[in-house]
Design a protein. Structure first.
Lengths: 755, 549
C-alpha cells in the first residue's frame, strides 16, 4: 500500500475525532438495542396491562365495606321518649326524627344544628303504634290512643341561598292534618300499605284480639289538590290472641301476624271482607324468642331476629298446586347475643343488625354477604341507614347521635351470588339467573355468571362437535394423502375461512341458516346420517370398479373426486326432508318436537350455532393440525410403508402418535377461539341466558353478553364491574387454553428437533 | 370387504370427503353471498299478479318477486286436518306511502290466472324517502298544468330526473361541505370562548375578535342560505310525476325526490348492464337512507378506511420493534418464552375483551384524564372521554399487534445470516446492520403483516361496538376542516353496518339485499387483502430461497 494512503488511513482511524465517532456510534447502537428490548418486553407488559386492568376494575367488587366514624351530635330530647322514625335525605346531610310522644326534631348532619322542634298535630293524643306505609315515598302512619291514624310524609327541599346547598327536612300531610279515625279503641298494632289509589290498613286495637282490615280509596278533590280517604271495604278476623307484630306485604295481599314465641300467622287479605288464614308457621325453635321483625326493601321478605343471635329471611313461595306458603330462605348467623334491632336500606337488599352486645353487622340478603362487622364502645339503641347506604346513624341511650361514613359500592356481589344457586324473591326455588337490570327500584339484581358460562361452554362444545371431525380428518388427508399441487389450492382456501368476518357468518347463520334449518329440520338430520353412509358406500363401490377406472383417480386425488359426490349426497338428503317429515314426524318435525316430544324449540338454537361457529373454527384447528402432521419426518412414514402397512395403518400407527400433541394443541386453540367468539353467537343464538343443554334451544355466552350489555352499563356500577369480571373469566379461559396449546407445541418442536 | 375395512380404506375416504365438504362449504358460502349481493344491483323484472284476498276480492299486485318459502297451512277451524305446505312468494310492491308496507307475502294458491306475467311499460322510481314507486307513468305536472303526456313522457322525465340529481348534488355540497365547515368553525369559536372564560382570559379584546369572527361566519352562512334557497326553488320548479298504481290509485311524486327512474321490463341487456354498474356506483358512493336500509355505504367505507389506516400507523412501529427484539436481540430463555406466550395470548384473547379493555382503559381512564387536563372547559360534554376514532384504532392496533409481529418475525428469520455477518464484518454496528440491511430487506414481510392486520381490523366488529362505532354518524371522521382527521368523532364501519342493518333494522325484508351487498363488498376487500398478502409472502419466500443458495 502506498505510504501516504496508509498514513491517511491511520489518521482517520485514530485520534480524538475518530474516538468520538466510535463513541457516538456505540451510543446510538446501545440506545437502539435498549429501545428494541424495551419494545419487545413491552408485549409482555401489554398482556399484563390488560390482565391487571381487568383485575383492577373487578377488585372493588370483593372489597369489604369501609366504615368510618364521622361525627357525634347531641340529640334534642324532652323527657323520656323513644325514637320511632328517622328520615334522611338523599345526600345524607340532614335527618328528621320522630319520637313516640309525637315530637319531631330536625338535625343537620354536617354541623349538628337543630333544624326543627315541633309536635305532630295530634293534640293530647298519644302515639300507640307506628308503621311505614310506603318506603319509597316515606309515607308513615301513626296509630293514636283515640283509635285514629295520622298519615305523615317525610320530604326535604333543596335550596341554594348564597350559593350554598341547604337541605330543609319537613313533614307534609297528604291526607290532611286531621287524623283518620280508624278504630274506637287505642290502636295497638298497625300495618298499612299504599298501592295505586288505595291504602289498606290492618290493625288490632286495645282489649281485643280481633284482626281488622280496612281498605280506603284516595279521592282527589275536584277543586284543590287535596286528597281524602274514603272507606271502600273492610273485614275482620278473629285471631286467637293479640299479635306482637303486624306486617303487611307490598301487594296488599299477604299479612303476617307474629308473636314473640316465633309463631307466624299468615293471612291472605286480597279480599278484606274475607280474610283467610293460610297457615301458621313456627319460625323459631322452642324456647327461643323473636326480638326483631322487619321487611326487606320491597316488602316481600320478612327478616326475623331472635334472642339466639340469628336473623332469618322468609318469604311466600308457590308450590306445584299454585298455593303459597311461607318459606325460610336463608339464615344469617349474626352473633350469640340477642338481636336488638334490624334496619333495612332503602335502595338495595341490605340490612343492618344490632345485637345486645352493641355489635353492628351489615348484610346483603341476595349475596348472603356479611360486608361489615363492627362494635361500638357505647350502648346503642337504634341504627339507621341513609337512602344511598353511604351513612349510618347510630343513636345511643344517652341521646347522642353518632354518624358513620360507609363506603360500600357492591354489596350484592359475592362468590355465592356469582357462582351459586340463589333463592331470589318471587322464585319457587334457588336458581342460577342472569338478569342484570329492571325498571323497578326494589329490584333484586341477579348476577349469576353460571348461565353465561354454561352457554359459552355449550356453544363451544356443539361447534367443536362439528368442527373437530371435519378439521382433523381434513388435516390428515391434506397433509398425508393429498398431492402437493391440490394441497396448494385446498389449504389456502380452507384457511380463507379464518379471514371471513364473523359478522357475515353470524348474519348468514341468524337470518338465512336458522329459518332454513327450521323449515328443513329433518333434512339436516338426514344429512348428518346420510352423508357418512353415502361416502362409505361410494368408497366401497369405487373399490369394486375395474382397475383401469380405479387407477384414473389415485388416493391423492380422492378429495377432488368427492367434491361432486358430497354435493349430490347432501342434495339428496335435503330433498328427503319433506318425505321424512311426512313419514316420521306427522308432516312437520319442528311441530312434532314441541308437541309430541315435548322439546322446546327456538329458531336460533345450539344446532345453528354448532354449524355456523363450527365452520368458523375449522381453519384454526385445520391449520395447526395440518402443520403438525405435515412435519412428521418422512423417514418414519417411509419405514412404516416399507414394512407393508397400508396408508391409513401408517397414519394411525406412526403419524398420529407423533403428531398427536400438535393435534391436541390445535383442538385447544379451536376451543379457545370458540369460547371467545362474539358476533356469531350474538346474531344467531337468541341470547337468552338459559341453563339447558338442549340442542334446539339457544344460549347467551359471556362474550355476547358483554357485547349486548356493556354499552349500557354505567361506569363503575356493580353491573359494569360484573361485566368486567365476565371479561376476566373469558380472559382466563382463553389464557389457559392458549398457554396449554403453546406449551404442548413448544415441547413438540423440541421433540421433532431431536428426531 | 373385510380387507377394505382392515386397511382403513373407509377412513381414507372419510378424510378425503371432509376436505371436500370444507371446500364446498367455503366456495358455496362465498358464491351465495356473491350471487345474492350482485342480484341486488341487477334490474329486477316487475310482475303483475292477480290474487284473491281474504275477503274474496280480486286484487292486482305489481312488484318484484324477492323470495319464496314453503309455509305450513292448517285449516283454522279443524285441528285434525292435515297440514298442507303451500309455496309463498315475497313480493316487493313498493309505494310504502300508499300501501303502508314495502313487501307482501302471498300464497301461490290465491293467484288467479297466469303467475309469470310481466307488467307492461311499468316505471320504477327510486325515491329519497318512502322507497320505490311501481306504477304506470301518466304525465308530468307542474303548477297544476300538464307538461308532458303520452309517448315522450318517459324521456322528459329522464331529463328532469337528471337535472334534479345535479341540483340535489349542489344542494348537498353546500349543506355538507360549505355550511358544514361554517358550523364547525362556529363550534370551534364557541369552545374557544368557553376555554378562555375558564382561564379567565376572555377580555374585551378576545370578545371583540371572537364576535367579529362569528359575525363574518354568520354572514357567510346567510350567503349560502340564499344560494340554497334559489337551488331549492329550482328543484321545486321541476314539477311532479304522476303515476297510476296497481290498485287504481294515482300518486304524484315530486321530481326532486326521485333518485333515478327505470323501466325494467323494457330494458335491453345492454341497458341492464349499464343499470347494474350505475347501481353499484350508487351503492359505493351514496349516503345511507331510511335508517340505513336503502342507499349507499359511503360513510361506512370512509369510516372503515380511516380507522384501519390510523390503526396501521400505531401498530406498525410497535409490531416491528417487538419482532426485531425477538429475532435479533433476545437470547433463548425465560424472557423470550414469556414474550412468545404473551404474543400467543394476545392473539388468542377474545376480541370482545379487547373491546372492554379499550372502553375501560382508553376511553374512560385515558380519555377521561385527557378531558380533565385539556378539555375541562368543554365539560360536561366529553371530548375524548367517549368512544371515538382514536380509541377504536388504538384498540384495534392492540388486537392486531400479534399479526404484525408474527409476520415480521418470519420475514426476519428468512434473511440469511450471511448478510448480517457481512454488515458486521464491514464494521457496522448491530443497529446499523439492522436498520440499513435487515429491515429494508424484510420490508415485504412487514407489508404482509400490515395487510393481514388491516384485513383483520376491517372485519372485526365486536370490540368496535364498544369503542366508537355508531349506526349513523352525522359527520365523516375525515373532512376538509382542519385538522382533517377528527380523532374524537364516532364513525361508521362496514362490519357493524351489516350487524346493524341485518339485526336492528325495523324493515328486515327491505334491508336484506343491502346486507348481502355490504357483505360482498367486505368479503371482496378482505379476501383481496389476504390474497395480496399471500402473494407478497410467497414471492418473498422464493426470493430468499434464491439468496440462500
Amino acid at each position: 500500500m502506498d505510504k501516504s494512503v496508509q498514513k491517511k488511513l491511520d489518521e482517520a482511524l485514530e485520534g480524538p475525532k475518530f474516538q468520538r465517532r466510535i463513541k457516538r456510534r456505540n451510543l446510538v447502537d446501545l440506545s437502539w438495542a435498549s429501545g428494541f428490548t424495551v419494545g419487545g418486553i413491552g408485549v409482555i407488559a401489554a398482556v399484563l396491562l390488560i390482565m391487571f386492568f381487568l383485575v383492577y376494575v373487578v377488585a372493588p367488587l370483593f372489597a369489604p365495606a369501609d366504615i368510618e366514624k364521622s361525627k357525634t351530635f347531641d340529640l334534642q330530647q324532652s323527657g323520656q321518649e323513644k325514637t320511632l322514625y328517622y328520615g334522611v335525605d338523599e345526600y345524607a346531610d340532614s335527618a328528621l326524627r320522630i319520637t313516640d310522644n309525637g315530637q319531631v326534631y330536625g338535625i343537620d348532619l354536617t354541623t349538628g344544628e337543630k333544624l326543627r322542634d315541633e309536635r305532630l298535630p295530634i293534640g293530647d293524643a298519644l302515639v300507640t303504634s307506628y308503621t311505614t306505609i310506603d318506603q319509597e315515598d316515606q309515607l308513615l302512619g301513626f296509630g293514636l290512643d283515640d283509635g285514629s291514624v295520622l298519615l305523615v310524609q317525610y320530604e326535604y327541599s333543596v335550596t341554594y341561598p348564597n350559593d350554598v346547598k341547604t337541605i330543609t327536612p319537613k313533614l307534609t300531610y297528604p291526607y290532611g292534618t286531621e287524623p283518620l279515625s280508624l278504630a274506637d279503641q287505642p290502636i295497638t298494632h298497625l300495618s298499612a300499605r299504599k298501592s295505586g289509589s288505595q291504602i289498606t290498613f290492618a290493625y288490632q286495637q286495645a282489649g281485643s284480639s280481633q284482626l281488622r282490615v280496612k281498605q280506603y280509596d284516595m279521592i282527589e278533590s275536584m277543586f284543590s289538590e287535596e286528597v281524602t280517604l274514603e272507606l271502600y271495604q273492610q273485614g275482620a278476623f278473629q285471631a286467637p290472641e293479640a299479635f306482637d307484630w303486624l306486617k303487611m306485604g307490598a301487594s296488599m295481599r299477604n299479612l303476617y301476624g307474629l308473636q314473640q314465641d316465633g309463631t307466624i300467622f299468615y293471612f291472605d287479605i286480597r279480599d278484606p271482607k274475607q280474610i283467610r288464614q293460610i297457615e301458621t308457621v313456627e319460625a323459631l325453635e322452642p324456647g327461643q324468642t323473636l326480638t326483631a321483625v322487619q321487611f326487606l326493601i320491597g316488602q316481600y321478605s320478612l327478616l326475623l331476629g331472635d334472642d339466639a343471635g340469628k336473623v332469618s329471611q322468609w318469604f311466600p313461595v308457590r308450590d306445584q298446586d299454585n298455593n303459597y306458603f311461607l318459606q325460610k330462605i336463608r339464615t344469617f348467623d349474626v352473633s350469640d347475643q340477642p338481636i336488638k334491632h334490624i334496619q333495612v336500606e332503602l335502595n338495595r337488599k341490605n340490612f343492618a343488625v344490632l345485637d345486645a352486645s352493641n355489635r353492628v353487622n351489615m348484610y346483603n340478603s341476595t349475596a348472603h354477604n356479611n360486608f361489615a362487622d363492627f362494635s361500638l364502645d357505647q350502648d346503642v339503641s337504634q341504627v339507621h341507614i341513609s337512602p344511598r347506604g353511604d351513612r349510618l346513624l347510630i343513636e345511643t341511650p344517652s341521646h347522642q347521635l353518632v354518624t358513620f361514613d360507609v363506603d360500600n359500592e357492591h354489596p350484592e356481589v359475592s362468590m355465592s351470588s356469582l357462582w351459586g344457586q340463589v333463592w331470589y324473591e318471587g322464585y319457587d326455588e334457588p336458581e342460577y339467573i342472569w338478569q342484570s337490570s329492571s325498571a323497578s327500584n326494589d329490584f333484586e339484581p341477579k348476577f349469576s355468571l353460571m348461565p353465561l358460562t354454561f352457554g359459552t361452554i355449550k356453544a363451544a362444545l356443539y361447534s367443536m362437535l362439528f368442527a373437530v371431525p371435519l378439521a382433523v380428518l381434513g388435516a390428515i388427508y391434506t397433509a398425508f394423502f393429498m398431492d402437493a399441487k391440490t394441497r396448494q389450492v385446498i389449504k389456502p382456501t380452507i384457511e380463507l375461512i379464518e379471514a371471513l368476518p364473523t359478522v357475515i357468518l353470524g348474519f348468514l347463520a341468524g337470518l338465512w341458516l336458522a329459518p332454513y334449518m327450521e323449515a328443513h329440520l329433518a333434512g339436516f338430520f338426514s344429512i348428518i346420517f346420510l352423508v357418512p353412509i353415502g361416502i362409505l358406500l361410494f368408497g366401497f363401490m369405487w373399490s369394486r370398479l375395474p382397475e383401469p377406472v380405479r387407477l384414473l383417480v389415485p388416493t391423492s386425488g380422492r378429495a377432488v373426486l368427492m367434491l361432486p359426490v358430497v354435493v349430490i349426497i347432501a342434495f339428496i338428503a335435503l330433498s328427503l326432508s319433506g318425505p321424512l317429515e311426512a313419514l316420521l314426524f306427522g308432516g312437520d318435525m319442528r311441530h312434532w318436537l314441541t308437541e309430541s316430544a315435548g322439546i322446546d324449540f327456538d329458531q336460533r338454537n345450539a344446532m345453528v350455532i354448532g354449524f355456523a361457529m363450527g365452520f368458523a373454527l375449522i381453519p384454526t384447528i385445520f391449520s395447526v393440525a395440518e402443520d403438525a402432521i405435515y412435519n412428521v419426518p418422512s423417514y418414519l412414514v417411509n419405514g412404516s410403508l416399507a414394512l407393508g402397512a397400508s396408508g391409513w395403518q401408517t397414519m394411525v400407527g406412526v403419524v398420529l402418535p407423533t403428531a398427536s400433541p400438535g393435534i391436541f394443541s390445535a383442538i385447544m386453540l379451536g376451543f379457545g377461539r370458540g369460547i371467545g367468539e362474539t358476533m356469531i353467537v350474538l346474531m344467531a343464538s337468541g341470547n337468552t341466558p338459559l341453563m339447558d343443554a338442549n340442542l334446539f334451544e339457544g344460549m347467551r355466552t359471556l362474550a355476547a353478553n358483554l357485547a349486548v350489555e356493556m354499552p349500557e352499563a354505567a361506569l363503575n356500577s356493580t353491573h359494569y364491574r360484573v361485566l368486567f369480571l365476565s371479561g376476566l373469566v373469558l380472559f382466563i379461559f382463553t389464557f389457559i387454553f392458549n398457554t396449554l396449546a403453546e406449551v404442548v407445541r413448544e415441547r413438540m418442536r423440541r421433540k421433532y428437533g431431536s428426531l | 370387504m373385510r380387507d377394505w375395512f382392515k386397511q382403513g380404506e373407509h377412513w381414507v375416504w372419510f378424510s378425503a370427503a371432509t376436505v371436500s365438504i370444507s371446500f364446498v362449504l367455503v366456495v358455496g358460502l362465498i358464491l351465495m353471498i356473491a350471487i345474492r349481493g350482485l342480484v341486488h344491483f341487477w334490474p329486477h323484472t316487475v310482475h303483475e299478479i292477480e290474487i284473491k284476498n281474504d275477503q274474496g276480492n280480486i286484487e292486482t299486485l305489481v312488484g318484484e318477486i324477492h323470495d319464496t318459502q314453503i309455509k305450513l297451512v292448517s285449516a283454522p277451524d279443524d285441528p285434525n286436518a292435515e297440514v298442507r305446505k303451500v309455496p309463498q312468494w315475497l313480493i316487493k310492491i313498493g309505494n310504502r306511502d300508499v300501501y303502508g308496507t314495502d313487501f307482501r307475502w302471498i300464497n301461490t294458491d290465491n293467484i288467479i290466472g297466469q303467475d309469470d306475467r310481466l307488467a307492461k311499460n311499468v316505471t320504477v322510481l327510486e325515491r329519497y324517502e318512502w322507497g320505490n314507486v311501481y306504477g304506470q307513468l301518466q304525465s308530468i305536472v307542474r303548477d297544476g298544468e300538464v307538461r308532458a303526456e303520452g309517448g315522450n313522457v318517459k324521456n322528459v322525465l329522464d331529463d328532469l330526473v337528471g337535472t334534479g340529481q345535479s341540483l340535489h348534488d349542489k344542494i348537498n355540497h353546500i349543506e355538507r361541505v360549505d355550511i358544514g365547515s361554517i358550523n364547525y368553525q362556529i363550534e370551534q369559536l364557541r369552545l374557544e370562548e368557553k376555554r378562555l372564560k375558564a382561564e379567565n382570559a376572555y377580555d374585551d379584546q378576545a370578545r371583540e375578535a371572537n364576535e367579529t369572527e362569528r359575525e363574518r361566519l354568520n354572514a357567510e352562512f346567510r350567503d349560502y342560505q340564499e344560494k340554497l334557497e334559489i337551488l331549492r326553488e329550482q328543484a321545486d320548479g321541476l314539477g311532479e310525476a304522476r303515476l297510476s298504481l296497481a290498485g287504481g290509485e294515482s300518486i304524484q311524486v315530486p321530481i326532486k325526490h326521485i333518485v333515478r327512474m327505470w323501466q325494467p321490463n323494457n330494458m335491453s341487456s345492454a341497458d341492464k348492464v349499464g343499470f347494474f354498474f350505475s347501481s353499484i356506483g350508487h351503492f359505493l358512493g351514496g349516503e345511507p337512507r331510511e335508517a340505513n336500509t336503502e342507499g349507499g355505504v359511503f360513510p361506512a367505507i370512509v369510516g372503515t378506511i380511516t380507522m384501519v389506516m390510523l390503526m396501521a400507523i400505531f401498530v406498525t412501529p410497535l409490531g416491528v420493534i417487538a419482532a426485531v427484539y425477538m429475532s435479533e436481540y433476545a437470547r433463548e430463555g425465560l424472557v423470550l418464552r414469556l414474550v412468545r406466550i404473551s404474543i400467543n395470548n394476545l392473539a388468542g384473547v377474545p376480541s370482545i375483551v379487547f373491546g372492554i379493555f379499550g372502553l375501560g382503559f382508553f376511553v374512560y381512564i385515558i380519555g377521561g384524564s385527557i378531558d380533565d387536563l385539556f378539555y375541562s372547559y368543554a365539560q360536561p360534554s366529553p371530548t375524548f372521554g367517549t368512544p371515538g376514532l382514536l380509541w377504536a384504532s388504538l384498540t384495534m392496533a392492540l388486537l392486531t399487534l400479534p399479526v404484525v409481529i408474527v409476520s415480521t418475525q418470519e420475514g426476519l428469520s428468512r434473511i440469511p445470516s450471511s448478510l448480517r455477518e457481512g454488515g458486521l464484518a464491514l464494521g457496522a454496528t448491530k443497529s446499523e446492520t439492522i436498520m440499513k440491511i435487515v429491515l429494508p430487506m424484510s420490508m415485504p414481510a412487514i407489508m404482509t403483516g400490515l395487510i393481514l392486520a388491516v384485513a383483520r381490523a376491517a372485519g372485526e366488529v365486536a370490540p368496535l361496538m364498544l369503542v366508537g362505532v355508531v349506526k349513523l354518524a352525522p359527520e365523516l371522521p375525515v373532512d376538509f376542516n382542519a385538522p382533517f382527521v377528527h380523532l374524537d368523532r364516532k364513525f361508521m364501519h362496514l362490519g357493524f353496518h351489516i350487524y346493524d342493518v341485518g339485526f336492528q333494522s325495523p324493515n328486515v325484508e327491505a334491508s336484506q339485499p343491502l346486507v348481502y351487498a355490504t357483505s360482498l363488498l367486505l368479503i371482496i376487500i378482505i379476501v383481496s387483502l389476504n390474497l395480496g398478502a399471500i402473494t407478497i409472502r410467497n414471492s418473498l419466500r422464493e426470493k430468499y430461497k434464491a439468496l440462500d443458495n
